[in-house]
Design a protein around this ligand. Structure first.
Ligand code: ADP
Ligand code: MG
Length: 342
């Protein structure tokens, strides 16, 4: 047996597999880039299961020609400047790995304009990068084609539920970012859209329906948590659907930490605990819960997919969430005894 160092191309292919596991993970990375670019509007278009073609277009700040060329390289990011920054990331991205990872397993077609008289198109196909001028208003469009063309096993392993996963990713961001207009299209048809009004109720109306949105209350709760002897303030806000409208699966609890959609089971459990006995047994609530706290107390760098975050004190955060939910529902219950306006 001989231990050998892998060549850089192999290292890149291994790393790409961790970030880009499926079409839905590509959509997640692209949507996060759009939000980091300050987009007020994000449109996602998908053909089929997303492997043939998927596209994310935004009206964010865009990229200059030089930045667009750099962005498709490895470990190039505009979001971190030194290793200290990683302790307090406030952007959704920070590793500079998404675009090159996508380019390693697909054709990547980026059109962008940072507000200049003309835009830039950067096309990465089979490892070749070509840059050309392009017409486009300020913002960025990223189109991904032939995803996993060089990974037949990965492509085959995708099931016909793939679009559901993509819809899930876009829905969750649309719900936790009601200030941004989202639109999801599949095979040329509108799936849902939200108005970007800033209202959680409007976002829920777009993603769910009138029944769900009509049976809900928004809330905004501020708490002080003590972590390592220091007092920190934390806010929990969002929307709670009344326990009369439930779902049988827990994934209708949409949680975000500092604007990042997260899958933390502890947080979701805290939301369910906040509903407590109001919830019929075996049922799960529909809720949007967005937690904001100092970035220094959150570590988003725990997994390549960034689906989970680690807290300096998870218990403190979870009890603040549980209390916020409980308090909001108790107050809402009083109001609910009258007519529910909608
Ligand atoms: P990261 O998001 O970790 O920085 P990415 O590979 O996702 O890495 O993106 C690389 C860089 O490309 C980003 O830092 C950003 O400067 C630029 N970029 C990517 N997508 C967009 C976008 N939609 N709008 C503006 N800039 C973008
Ligand atoms: Mg990114």
């Amino acid at each position: 047996m001989t231990v050998r160092r892998l060549d850089s191309e192999t290292v890149e292919r291994i790393a790409a597999g961790e970030v880009v596991t499926r079409p839905a993970s590509v959509v997640k990375e692209l949507v996060e880039n759009s939000l980091d670019a300050g987009a007020g509007s994000v449109t996602v278009e998908v053909d089929g299961d997303g492997t043939e073609r998927l596209k994310v277009a935004d009206d964010g700040h865009g990229m200059s020609e030089a930045d667009a060329e750099l962005a498709v390289d490895h470990h190039t990011t505009s979001k971190l400047s030194g290793s200290d920054d990683i302790e307090r990331v406030s952007t959704l991205g920070f590793r500079g790995e998404a675009l090159p990872s996508v380019a390693a397993v697909a054709t990547l077609d980026v059109t962008t304009n940072d507000g200049g008289p003309r835009g830039t198109r950067v096309l990465v196909e089979d490892g070749e990068t070509t840059t050309s001028p392009a017409g486009r208003a300020t913002g960025t469009t990223v189109e991904v084609r032939e995803l996993f063309h060089n990974r037949p096993a990965r492509r085959k392993s995708l099931s016909n539920t793939e679009f559901g996963r993509i819809s899930d990713v876009v829905s969750r961001y649309a719900l936790v970012r009601p200030d941004v207009r989202f639109r999801l299209r599949h095979d040329g048809r509108d799936v849902f859209s939200t108005p970007g009004s800033g209202s959680y109720t409007d976002a829920v109306l777009g993603v769910y329906d009138r029944t769900v949105a009509g049976q809900s209350t928004t809330f905004d709760h501020e708490a002080a948590v003590e972590i390592d002897g220091d007092e920190h303030s934390l806010t929990v806000e969002g929307l709670l659907v009344y326990p009369s409208v439930t779902r049988s699966r827990r994934d209708h609890v949409h949680a975000a930490v500092n604007g990042r959609v997260v899958g933390n089971a502890g947080l979701k459990r805290a939301v369910v605990s906040g509903y407590g006995t109001l919830l019929p047994s075996g049922r799960d609530p529909i809720a949007v819960v967005s937690v904001s706290l100092s970035p220094a107390l959150v570590d988003a760098n725990v997994h390549p997919s960034k689906d989970e975050v680690a807290f300096a004190d998870g218990d403190a955060v979870e009890s603040a969430v549980e209390e916020a939910v409980h308090e909001a529902l108790t107050t809402a219950d009083l109001r609910q005894s009258g007519e529910v306006a909608m």
